[in-house]
Design a protein around this ligand. Structure first.
Ligand code: CO
Length: 403
């Protein structure tokens, strides 16, 4: 279909009218701004900074030890589907080590025919791939299990981010060392002070895991595991071991601290599910969301993010009446598998209270459950793998709160 200049201009005027003449008001202001004389800018710099007027930052909860904790991506300020490396969420157990890549080694040993110690220079000589992938902490939205919920989308859902990751397929290196008969697990260990370690099933290690050294076009940030980390498509962030320095091939999991006392899911009967790696389909509206205020009735773009550890997002539905009726949102293309997918819906706020939420369906047919359905199966003991439908209350005065 061809859109002529005239008809697109008419559409613009339509949108202006929908805003109640708002666009015409800005046109008057822009003439005034044009009257300001230009001024000499600042000199060119070697590494980019954002505008000093942009204030979005990660949020972190105070902890007794500042080296331990999580920091949350400001999803309410995000646009598109990529998270800037500087705003990627973080979760650390003993701080961020400073590692000189010149001295860093990845040792691969255990049940292998030819143990290897690789330098970073050797790893970077191997055939590489790049993939845009979502990374979500297993504990993201943990506060939603409780009755008392976080006040905004950053604190309720901000332990999720999306980057383009570059590295070497782990399968390639594992084939090189020669896996011995009977091996079934790989223990991945980081070079941080606590030697954070996770047991990974060998089948997944041979499938699609990356030994990643690149993020969004440059080297990993130190907080993301510089110089080397595991990126495991669709699995909880904790398993994607940062500052990776050791892979040991074994015939059993090691039952490390972070797969037993942590990152396990306590069920209502007191038993715990362990090795729950897969992140399920999930979505959340980022505008309007908790803590934001609409300037008045009129047309807005309702928008948010959806993702699934199982593959592509197939559909996102929106309700503005607390779940009685649902309409399909537009999905940003291309819809990459296991990546954040931006959804959008033109929406008219009439100045009446509304309960808004999104519901994602992934390509496997999995549908994001309601909070009630999730709790019916999982109870409320668990702090991990919360992916329930997220409701926000838009009040008649335009303020938005958690529900
Ligand atoms: Co888990």
């Amino acid at each position: 279909m061809r859109i002529s200049g005239r008809s697109s201009r008419r559409r613009m005027l339509g949108f202006g009218a929908a805003l109640g003449g708002g666009l015409l008001a800005s046109a008057t202001e822009s003439r005034a701004v044009d009257g300001v004389p230009g001024q000499l800018g600042i000199p060119l710099g070697p590494y980019g900074e954002r505008s000093p007027f942009e204030k979005a930052v990660r949020w972190r909860r105070d902890t007794k030890t500042p080296e331990t904790g999580s920091s949350f991506t400001p999803l309410q300020d995000s646009v598109g589907a990529i998270t800037p490396s500087s705003l990627h969420y973080e979760r650390h157990h003993t701080g961020i080590p400073t590692i000189d890549p010149a001295g860093h080694r990845l040792v691969i040993h255990g049940m292998v025919d030819r143990p290897l110690s690789l330098t970073m220079a050797e790893i970077r000589r191997l055939p590489s791939v790049s993939r845009t992938l979502v990374l979500e902490c297993g504990g993201n939205s943990g506060s939603e299990w409780a009755v008392k919920t976080a006040p905004d989308v950053q604190r309720s859902h901000g332990l999720v981010s999306c980057s383009e990751w570059t590295g070497v397929p782990l399968s390639l290196v594992l084939k090189e060392v020669g896996i011995q008969r009977g091996a079934s697990w790989v223990i991945a260990e980081g070079a941080d002070a606590c030697r954070m370690a996770r047991s990974i099933p060998l089948a997944k290690a041979l499938d699609n895991i990356l030994l990643a050294y690149g993020q969004n076009g440059e080297a990993l940030r130190p907080a993301q595991g510089y110089p080397l980390r595991l990126i495991i498509p669709g699995w909880e962030g904790n398993a994607c071991v940062k500052w990776l320095h050791r892979l040991k091939v074994t015939d059993q999991p090691y039952m490390t601290r972070d797969e037993t006392s942590k990152y396990s899911d306590l069920m209502p009967d007191g038993k715990a599910r362990i090795f729950t790696f897969q992140m399920e389909a999930k979505s959340v509206i980022t505008f309007p969301s908790g803590g934001q205020t609409l300037s008045g009735p009129g047309l807005y773009e309702l928008t948010g993010l959806a993702w699934s550890g199982r593959g592509r997002i197939e559909r996102v539905e929106i309700t503005t009446d607390g779940g009685r009726t649902w309409v399909d949102a537009q999905l940003q293309e291309p819809r990459l598998p296991i990546a954040l997918t931006r959804f959008r819906l033109p929406w008219r706020f009439e100045g009446r209270e509304e309960l808004i939420a999104s519901r994602a369906t992934d390509e496997s047919g999995y549908v994001q459950p309601s909070r009630e359905a999730l709790i019916e199966v999982r109870g409320t003991n668990s702090g991990y793998h919360y992916n329930g439908i997220k409701l926000w209350r838009v009040q008649a005065d335009g303020t938005v709160t958690n529900v």
